[in-house]
Design a protein around this ligand. Structure first.
Ligand code: BG6
Length: 516
């Protein structure tokens, strides 16, 4: 049995599997290094990559931020972040002390060319002292308003790929990539002046979640699903990304975004693309991304006149989550007291291609709902002819549920005979759970994604053509919602299933949402 850097034993259920490829020696440079995402997710991810031996021994981590105070302070803060947020518990010695030697900090504002010169010097020093070989992965985890400025500054400071003959240069860009179609295009124009598409890693952390990656395994590593994965057998698809949290400390950002921009344009449309895409010709990044792009292109743009019929929006009122009272959205910090921003969005999409013609894809996402639950439910058509069961027996449609969180797994609902002398039927379910099935807890998405970017694997990142198409899909809804006064907000209680209008949207089609 092999041991990792932390000395942990390797899970026997993974015995015989090839180990993940170690990333190239490189520097990872985090812009926004004193922010919340860095502390909660990014630094713990780097630490765990080290524990798993995915991070090479020759690496450098450079934090860049407006606030902050030197290497020592940065190292102390990062240790605290790891101690508090790492999934593997507090950092251990002597590994942390060794790890911390690879951490450096550059303080500066994003409009200060000198700070970028200092960054270049630090990276050159790391190449000499740590053996990072000129490879650079920039990570933009700042507010989106400064993404373009940082890209320009990198170019001006000769930190772009054109000026780096020694190694590779890549950039990870956090979401949101733009706030509408025009701003996304404007940002892309700036990015493309400096980086080639192959060097740009637009992050959507949903793609790094294990069960999301498993959608492809389920579909294309099994023969039994693909023959029924089409309009002949599928009645409808429901995609849900429900949260119990409110806007937390991000009211300022969220109040200008709303659920459609924050969740549907990226995470939910990515899920839709993975469920609906054709089998790719191979498993390489572009073959998969080509197929996802084709699906998005086939999504029918919603006509303005249909927006009120095919969408629903809501905003949460005060209510209770797990028995604890929580405030209304309009009373959250940094939210306008008369805000009409939606915290819930539901949309009915049609995919105009041979596979999916006439199959509705209902998607929804919202904050402060009854439970945290992200899943994709594929409901199959009803029986063509009923042989068994009394009139009182409910024969449900078969439903395949891909559970993304919190219970990661797959469940299939089918009808079975109730034991006894009569032919009574009931719907039952067959469940697979990743945790118990494989005896491991899935690694957080950021770990997987940063590791992939260091290895140069862009499969789980969103290509520009898909980002642009996703904006095109949501634009008619955004525009219509902007023009038309919202229905009376708030319109759903925190802790509920969401607004009535959403229930009505499905009821018009004779269907119901699955319970959150
Ligand atoms: C982020 C959104 O992209 O995803 C947040 O900006 C949301 O508003 C979060 O809370 C949800 O992620 P997860 O992994 O908790 O489902």
């Amino acid at each position: 049995m092999t041991a990792t850097a932390a000395g942990a034993a390797v899970n026997p259920l993974r015995k015989g599997l090839t180990v993940d490829r170690i990333a190239d020696p490189c520097n990872v440079i985090f812009f926004g290094a004193t922010g919340d995402l860095m502390k909660r997710m990014l630094m713990p991810a780097m630490w765990n990559l080290r524990l798993q031996d995915i991070l090479p021994t020759t690496f450098g981590i450079v934090g860049f931020s407006r606030s902050g105070d030197g290497d020592e302070q940065f190292r102390d803060d990062m240790r605290k972040a790891v101690d508090e947020f790492s999934r593997t518990g507090a950092a251990t010695e002597p590994l942390w002390s060794d790890f911390a030697k690879h951490l450096a900090f550059v303080q500066g504002s994003f409009d200060d060319a000198k700070a970028f010169d200092a960054l270049r010097e630090q990276l050159e020093k790391n190449d000499r002292d740590l053996g990072t070989g000129g490879n650079r992965l920039f990570y933009l985890s700042t507010p989106p308003s400064v993404f373009a400025q940082i890209v320009r500054q990198l170019d001006a400071a000769k930190l772009g790929p054109r000026d780096n003959a020694a190694g590779w240069t890549r950039i990870i860009i956090e979401k949101p990539f733009g706030t509408d179609l025009d701003s996304a295009r404007a940002l892309e124009t700036e990015v493309a002046k400096v980086f080639d598409e192959k060097q740009v890693y637009r992050i959507d952390h949903y793609l790094g979640k294990e069960p999301v990656q498993d959608i492809m395994a389920l579909r294309f590593a099994n023969v039994i699903f693909e023959p029924v994965w089409n309009r002949r057998y599928v009645d409808s698809v429901q995609i849900t990304a429900a949260e119990t949290v409110g806007v937390e400390q991000r009211g300022g950002y969220y109040d200008n975004a709303g659920a459609l921009r924050d969740m549907i344009q990226n995470h939910v449309l990515n899920l839709l693309a993975l469920v609906a895409m054709e089998p790719p010709v191979s498993a390489d990044a572009d073959s998969i991304r080509d197929e996802k792009y084709k699906v998005l292109r086939a999504v029918r743009p919603i006509e303005r006149t249909r927006v009120t019929l095919d969408t629903a929006r809501g905003q949460y009122d005060a209510g209770a989550i797990n028995g604890k009272p929580v405030p209304a959205y309009r009373d959250e910090p940094d939210v306008r007291p008369d805000s009409n921003t939606e915290t819930y969005a539901a949309v009915k999409f049609w995919i105009d291609n041979w596979r999916w013609a006439d199959v509705p894809f209902y998607v929804r996402s919202g904050k402060r709902l009854a439970h945290k639950m992200s899943e994709i439910a594929i409901t199959f058509r009803s029986l063509p002819h009923r042989l068994f069961g009394d009139a009182g027996d409910t024969i449900g449609n078969n439903v395949l549920v891909l559970k993304i969180q919190p219970d990661e797994g797959v469940s299939l609902r089918f009808n079975a005979k109730v034991p006894g002398p009569k032919m009574h039927l009931r719907s039952v379910s067959m469940d697979f759970n990743y945790g118990t099935g494989f005896g491991v807890v899935s690694a957080p998405a950021y770990e997987r994604l940063i590791g992939d970017a260091m290895r140069g694997d862009a499969t789980l990142f969103t290509r520009w053509d898909a980002v642009e198409t996703a904006w095109r899909i949501v634009m008619p809804i955004l525009e219509r919602w902007q023009d038309a006064t919202a229905e009376e907000f708030p319109n759903y209680a925190a802790g509920s299933q969401g607004p009535q209008s959403s229930e009505r949207m499905l009821a018009m089609d004779g269907r119901e949402w699955r319970k959150i």
